[in-house]
Design a protein around this ligand. Structure first.
Ligand code: GTP
Ligand code: MG
Length: 693
C-alpha cells in the first residue's frame, strides 16, 4: 500500500513550555482549525481533548504527554502536548527524544520562565529545531520585545522575530507578518476568516524586516549574498533561509498571538510546515548494530530495514497495554513479528493504533516517521528498540532523572494488598521516574517520584483508577549515604565445616569521589593473589552492599572502591565466597570512613509581586534556604534559592498564604549535599532508634 502522505509532508512536533504558558490551549486551537475537533476544548472548563485524564481535568494542568494527529495544507502533523510542571519532566524528555521539531510557548507577560529554560536545554540536548510562539498577548502587561530579549539572554538563542503583534493587552487584534509584509486581524470567533488590515506603522515594519534579514545573513550565505548585492529579498527567499537556519539549529523564528482569543494560530500552523523539519530533513538516525557492535545509520526510508523506539507505555484499563513507537526506518504491519534487540526477544505487534489523546484509530501499517501505539507487545518497555530480527540494531535509549521524594503507602485490607502490587507495577512501567521499593525493616511499601505533586497524582490514580484502598504516609526524602575519608578495609569469608569449605579474602581501598559520580569499581590486583574469574563476584558483592548504607540503610553513592589485594584457596574458593568477602569488606570500610547522610537540594524559583519579598525571604531562611539572587522586572520579583527538599513539603500552601495566592513557584532537583549532623542524627534515630555512635 502506498503511503498516504509523502515523508516530506510529515511533521512530528512537541509543544513544550513552562507550566501554564498555554501549550494545551494552543494544541486545542490547532485541532479546531485543522478540523480535527468540532468544538473548541477549554482547559478552564475541563473540556480540553488533550487533557483527558481525570486528574488533568480536575487540576487544569497537563500531567501526561498526549499524542494527536491533524492535517494541514496536505501535510500530516503529529503533535505531542507535554506537561509544563517539572515533576512530569520525564514526559518532556521522552517526547523530545522521538520528535523532530518543537513549538515553544511563552506567556507574553511572564516571558521566559524557569521551566522554559529547562525544556530548552532538553531540546538542545536532542538537537531539536524549534519555533517560538509568544502567547497571551491579550493580557495586560504582555510585552513582545521583552520576551524576545529574554529568549536571547536567558536561553542563549538567536531569536528571529518573523511577526510583530498587532496591538497588545486589550488591544491585541492579530499579527504583522514581516515576511509577506501584511497585517492580519483575527476575530475571536475562530469561524470568521482573518482579514488583511492596513499596516499601522510601515517604518517600524521595514526596520524589523531589515533587522530580520541582517540577522539571517549572519547564518545564511544565500541571504548574505542578496543582502550584500543590495537585492530585494523576496518572501520565498526569506522562508527558505528561515527554514535552513531553523533546521540547522542556528536560529529560532518567533511568532506571536493569543491562543485563548484565537489569534495567530493559523500562521503558527503554516510556520510548522515551513520551518520545522520533516523526518527526511534530519540526519539519519544512528544506531548500534548488535552483530558487529559498531555504529551504523538507518535512513528515513520505507524500504530500509524496520527500526523503531518505544517511548511510552500506558496500561489502559479497557484495551490493555499500549506501547507507543516512533518508526525511524522501514515500516511495520499489524500482526508482524518484530525483534526487541536490547532484550533479545521476539515479539508480535497485535494491533496498530493512531492515537488522538485517549481515542484510537486502527491502522494496518506504520511507515517511516510514524508515531503509533501498539497492542500486544509484552516484553517491550520505554527506551527499547524494535527492529527486524535479521538486521538487529539498538537505538539510543532515553535518559530519565532519578526520583527524589518518597512516601510510604499501606494497603487498607488484604484485598487492597493484592491489588496494590499489580497496580504499582503498571504505574511504574508507565513512568520511569516512579519507583517502588519494599522496605524489609519496616514492612512498608515506599514509592518514590519527582516531587510532591507527582506522588499525589500517582496516589490518586492508585485509589480512583485502580481502586486500591491505601493509607499514605508523610512525604519523605530519598536520602543517600557517602563516605568522607579514604580507608583500607578487609573482608574475609572463611567457613570450615568439614568437607568442602568456603574461602574468599579481599582487601579494598575506599575513597570518597566527586558529588554525583555514583559508584566506581577499580581492580588493581597483582597477578595471582585472586584469580581473575572471582573478580566480577567481588564487584557484585560490593554493588549489593552499597545498596544499604550502614547509617540508616540508604544507598551509598559517590564512592570509589579499589580491589588491590586478597588471597584464595585452591579448593575452598568460590564465586559466592568472594561475593561475600566483597560485601563484608565494603561494609567494614564504610563504617570506618566517617559516613555521612546526603540530602537532595532543590533549585527554587519564586515569582511574586515585590511587596511580599520580605516575607518570602524570611520564610525561606527559616527553611534552611540559601538565596542565590533576586531580580525585579516591572512589579514582579524573581527569587532564586537553593533549598533542601525536606523543607519544601507543603511549600505551595505556605507560599499561598504568605502572598494571598499571588506568587508562583517552581522547583527542580539540583544536587545532593551533606545533611547537618543534628538533622542527620534525627533521620538515623527514626530508622535505627538511635543516633550516631
Ligand atoms: N489570557 C490568556 N490566557 C490564556 C491564553 N492561553 C492560555 N491561557 C490560559 O492559561 C491557563 C493555562 O493554559 P494551558 O493551555 O492549560 O497551559 P499549559 O501550558 O498547557 O499548562 P500545563 O500543561 O499545565 O503546563 C489557562 O487558564 C488558559 O485559559 C491566552 O492566549 N491568553
Ligand atoms: Mg497543558
Amino acid at each position: 500500500m502506498p503511503r498516504s502522505y509523502p515523508l516530506e509532508s510529515i511533521r512530528n512536533i512537541a509543544i513544550i513550555a513552562h507550566i501554564d504558558a498555554g501549550k494545551t490551549t494552543v494544541t486545542e486551537r490547532i485541532l479546531y482549525y485543522t478540523g480535527r475537533t468540532y468544538k473548541i476544548g477549554q482547559v478552564d472548563e475541563g473540556t480540553a481533548v488533550m487533557d483527558w485524564m481525570e486528574q488533568e481535568k480536575e487540576r487544569g494542568i497537563t500531567i501526561t504527554a498526549a499524542a494527536t494527529t491533524c492535517y494541514w495544507q496536505d501535510h500530516r502533523i503529529n503533535i505531542i502536548d507535554t506537561p509544563g510542571h517539572v515533576d512530569f519532566t520525564a514526559e518532556v524528555e521522552r517526547s523530545l527524544r522521538v520528535l523532530d521539531g518543537g513549538v515553544v510557548v511563552f506567556d507574553g507577560v511572564a516571558g521566559v520562565e524557569a521551566q522554559s529554560e529547562m525544556v530548552w536545554r532538553q531540546a538542545d540536548r536532542y538537537n531539536v529545531p524549534r519555533i517560538c510562539f509568544i502567547n497571551k498577548m491579550d493580557r495586560i502587561g504582555a510585552s513582545f520585545d521583552r520576551t524576545v530579549s529574554m529568549i536571547k539572554e536567558r536561553l542563549y538563542a538567536k531569536p528571529l522575530p518573523i511577526q510583530l503583534p498587532l496591538g497588545s493587552g486589550d488591544e491585541h487584534e492579530g499579527i504583522i507578518d514581516l515576511v509577506e509584509q501584511k497585517a492580519w486581524r483575527f476575530d475571536s470567533d475562530p469561524n470568521i476568516e482573518p482579514v488583511a488590515v492596513a499596516i499601522p506603522d510601515k517604518e517600524k515594519l521595514k526596520e524589523a524586516r531589515q533587522a530580520l534579514i541582517e540577522r539571517l545573513a549572519e547564518s545564511d550565505d544565500q541571504i548574505l549574498a542578496s543582502y550584500l548585492e543590495g537585492e530585494e529579498v523576496t518572501p520565498a527567499q526569506l522562508k527558505k533561509a528561515l527554514r535552513r537556519v531553523t533546521i540547522a539549529g542556528k536560529g529560532v523564528p518567533i511568532l506571536v498571538g493569543s491562543a485563548l482569543k484565537n489569534k495567530g494560530i493559523l500562521p503558527l500552523l503554516d510556520a510548522v510546515l515551513y520551518y520545522l523539519p520533516s523526518p527526511l530533513a534530519m540526519p539519519p538516525i544512528r544506531a548500534i548494530d548488535t552483530r558487529i557492535e559498531a555504529e551504523v545509520t538507518r535512513p528515513a526510508k520505507d524500504e530500509a530495514p524496520f527500526s523503531a523506539l518505544a517511548f511510552k507505555v500506558v496500561s489502559d484499563p479497557f484495551v490493555g497495554r499500549l506501547v507507543y513507537l516512533r518508526v525511524y526506518s522501514g515500516k511495520v504491519k499489524a500482526g508482524a513479528q518484530v525483534f526487541n534487540s536490547g532484550r533479545g526477544k521476539k515479539e508480535r505487534i497485535g494491533r496498530l493504533l493512531v492515537m488522538h489523546a485517549n481515542n484510537r484509530e486502527e491502522v494496518n501499517a506504520a511507515d517511516t516517521g510514524a508515531i503509533v501505539a501498539t497492542l500486544g507487545l509484552k516484553n517491550t518497555f520505554t527506551g527499547d528498540t524494535l527492529c527486524e530480527a535479521t538486521q538487529p540494531v539498538v537505538l539510543e535509549s532515553i535518559r530519565f532523572p532519578e526520583p527524589v521524594a518518597s512516601i510510604a503507602i499501606e494497603p487498607k485490607t488484604r484485598a487492597d494488598q493484592d491489588r496494590m502490587g499489580g497496580a504499582l507495577q503498571k504505574l511504574s512501567e508507565e513512568d520511569p521516574t516512579f519507583k517502588v521499593k519494599f522496605n524489609e525493616e519496616t514492612g512498608q511499601t515506599i514509592i518514590s517520584g519527582m516531587g510532591e505533586l507527582h506522588l499525589e497524582v500517582l496516589v490518586n490514580r492508585l485509589i480512583s483508577e485502580f481502586r486500591v484502598g491505601a493509607k499514605v504516609g508523610k512525604p519523605q526524602v530519598a536520602y543517600k549515604e557517602t563516605i568522607t575519608v579514604p580507608v583500607k578495609s578487609e573482608g574475609r569469608f572463611v567457613r570450615q565445616t568439614g568437607g568442602h569449605g568456603q574461602y574468599g579474602h579481599v582487601l579494598l581501598e575506599l575513597e570518597p569521589s566527586e558529588r554525583g559520580s555514583g559508584f566506581q569499581f577499580i581492580e588493581r590486583i597483582r597477578s595471582g593473589t585472586i584469580p581473575k574469574q572471582y573478580i566480577p563476584a567481588v564487584e557484585a558483592g560490593i554493588k549489593e552492599a552499597i545498596e544499604t548504607g550502614v547509617l540508616a540503610g540508604y544507598p551509598v553513592v559517590d564512592i570509589k572502591a579499589t580491589l588491590y589485594e586478597g588471597s584464595y584457596h585452591e579448593v575452598d574458593s568460590s564465586e559466592i565466597a568472594f561475593k561475600m568477602a566483597g560485601s563484608m569488606a565494603l561494609r567494614d570500610g564504610i563504617a570506618k570512613a566517617r559516613p555521612v547522610l546526603l540530602e537532595p537540594v532543590m533549585k527554587l524559583e519564586v515569582v511574586s509581586p515585590e511587596e511580599f519579598l520580605g516575607d518570602i525571604m524570611s520564610n525561606l531562611n527559616s527553611m534552611r534556604g540559601q538565596i542565590e539572587n533576586i531580580e525585579t522586572h516591572g512589579e514582579l520579583s524573581t527569587i532564586r534559592a537553593l533549598i533542601p527538599l525536606a523543607e519544601t513539603f507543603g511549600y505551595a500552601t505556605s507560599l499561598r498564604s504568605l502572598t494571598q495566592g499571588r506568587a508562583t513557584h517552581i522547583m527542580e532537583f539540583y544536587r545532593y549535599q551533606e545533611l547537618p549532623t543534628e538533622l542527620a542524627n534525627q533521620v538515623i534515630y527514626k530508622v535505627r532508634g538511635r543516633g550516631y555512635g
